[in-house]
Design a protein around this ligand. Structure first.
Ligand code: ATP
Length: 210
């Protein structure tokens, strides 16, 4: 079974399972039942059993799942064995916060390069990450073989910068701008609109809260 054969909803839960299994592994626990796992990760046990069955991990009655073999499987499928370098574009308030955020603690992802137009930070190290001029974006992405970028530029720059990133060979964009950017079919965009999320939450509280 390869990652492509797994349903998207299942694939989305893999990092959750992976993280918890790592914790179990660190504490020396060797097996876990789907019920225990369900409680820990807040996914119902039938879903867990179905998810795991997609990759042939069937669990044994009265034994549960073997933590190490599940962990090894997830490692492969999530490509956690390799450190994945991603780039951040736009080192403003949000960009700085993300540079400071330790992605590497819970995953094998780290921000290894940043880009900006601001002369005062270009060619300096911000929060441990080198900041390159935006004019070098496509070249550096190619050279450093970076396939994922985080977009934290102002909305007005989002589309242009995204196009440059695509020219640099990226395959995925984590878009923190409220703009819906256009990219070729082979590039994935994941939108994170914090303002929208917050407003949705407030709307629900106002309309459906007690
Ligand atoms: P935030 O929106 O993250 O709170 P901010 O309010 O500090 O940021 P913005 O004006 O949104 O600042 O800009 C975010 C960052 O993007 C700044 O560091 C700015 O210099 C940078 N930036 C602006 N235009 C571009 C561009 N075309 N390419 C790359 N970086 C850019």
């Amino acid at each position: 079974m390869t990652a492509e054969n797994i349903p998207k909803a299942t694939a989305k839960r893999l990092p959750i399972y992976y993280r918890y299994l790592n914790i179990l592994h660190d504490t020396g626990k060797q097996r876990i039942s789907s019920t225990e796992l369900a409680e820990a990760v807040q996914v119902d046990s039938a879903t867990i059993r179905r998810d795991f069955s997609y990759f042939g991990a069937l669990g044994k009655r009265g034994y549960g799942y073997d933590v190490d073999s599940l962990l090894n499987f997830f490692k492969q499928i999530l490509n956690q064995e390799h450190l994945t370098n991603v780039a951040l574009i736009g080192v403003g308030n949000l960009g700085h916060a993300l540079l400071n955020f330790n992605f590497h603690k819970d995953s094998n992802v780290r921000i290894s390069a940043a880009f900006d137009t601001n002369e005062t930070i270009i060619n300096t190290i911000e929060d441990g990450v080198p900041v390159y001029p935006i004019s070098e974006l496509a070249n550096q992405l190619h050279e450093q073989q970076i396939q994922v970028v985080i977009l934290t530029v102002p909305s007005s720059a989002a589309q242009e910068v995204a196009a440059d990133a695509v020219a640099g060979g990226v395959k995925g964009i984590l878009n923190f701008t409220p703009i819906r950017i256009s990219v070729p079919d082979n590039v994935l965009v994941q939108n994170v609109d914090l303002t929208n999320e917050l407003q949705t939450l407030i709307y629900f509280i106002d309309n459906f809260g007690k």
